[in-house]
Design a protein around this ligand. Structure first.
Ligand code: ADP
Ligand code: MG
Length: 242
């Protein structure tokens, strides 16, 4: 059974020692769509990501998935429910082979189906004899990012959360990633991509939210958000503000 209900965040607020990193933020991740959150460093993107993946409890607000309040569920329980994530700092076991890293993801996931390992390796282009059995320690960053993605997919998630998935990728690898994400959304998965680069997400996102100093300051289809961002930049230059 696929959940028809989205993952939703309502009025999330997070403060670190009195500094408000996230201020009344809400969003919806609907099945079959790609949602992007963009914003400069320090805007609160990772803080929002941690609230959704379960590594941080918000000071107020809540997170719902498939009709349940999961605000207080820890990260591993959310993984079991079908909310998978990748890590900005790669979390690959260097001594394990590519396939064994992906098996770990299957064991932690929703279905615990060994067959999903093969499928995840195929989806990420890691199902070649030369790659499958290589120790992860030997692999370049672009390939490790695919191992990380395959590990998350091997849990058969309904929702996939990606924090800066294009960091360290060249433009060909970033394009390949965009195509993979579009294919996953087309199969009904709900995706969230957190990125600082608006142009990069423009090709793949259905909806973009702009996070500025902890608040969502603009939302909409990427074309409209990009146009408003360009207009705002042009306007401030015309006013001599930079
Ligand atoms: P982004 O991912 O958009 O770069 P973060 O969510 O990492 O932003 O950080 C948002 C703000 O919160 C930044 O000002 C950052 O310095 C601060 N911050 C993040 N994590 C912590 C923490 N554990 N303790 C104190 N301040 C933090
Ligand atoms: Mg971050």
């Amino acid at each position: 059974r696929r959940p028809r209900a989205p993952l939703t965040a309502h009025r999330l607020t997070v403060a670190y020692d009195g500094f408000t990193a996230l201020d009344d933020v809400g969003l919806t991740l609907a099945p079959g769509t790609v949602t992007a959150v963009v914003g400069p460093n320090g805007a609160g993107k990772s803080t929002l990501f941690h609230c959704l993946s379960g590594t941080l409890r918000p000071g107020s607000g809540h997170v719902e998935f498939d009709g349940q309040d999961i605000t207080r569920r820890p990260a591993h329980a959310r993984t079991r429910l079908g909310i998978a994530r990748t890590f900005q700092q790669l979390a690959v076991f260097e001594s394990l082979s590519v396939a064994d890293n992906v098996r770990v993801g299957a064991e932690q996931g929703r279905t615990r189906d060994p067959g999903s390992v093969t499928r995840a390796l195929r989806l990420t282009g890691l199902d070649t004899a030369g790659l499958r059995d290589r120790p992860a320690a030997d692999l370049p960053t672009g390939t490790l990012r695919r191992v990380e993605l395959a590990r998350a997919l091997a849990g058969d998630p309904y929702v996939l959360l990606l924090d800066e998935p294009a960091a360290g990728l060249d433009s060909a690898e970033a394009e390949r990633l965009s195509r993979m994400l579009a294919a996953l959304a087309a199969e009904g998965m709900a995706l969230l991509v957190v990125e600082h680069d608006l142009d990069l997400v423009a090709t793949v996102a259905d909806t973009v939210h702009v996070l500025t100093a902890g608040r969502i300051t603009d939302s909409g289809p990427p074309d409209a958000v990009l146009a408003r961002a360009a207009h705002a930049a042009g306007g401030s230059r015309a006013a001599g503000e930079v």
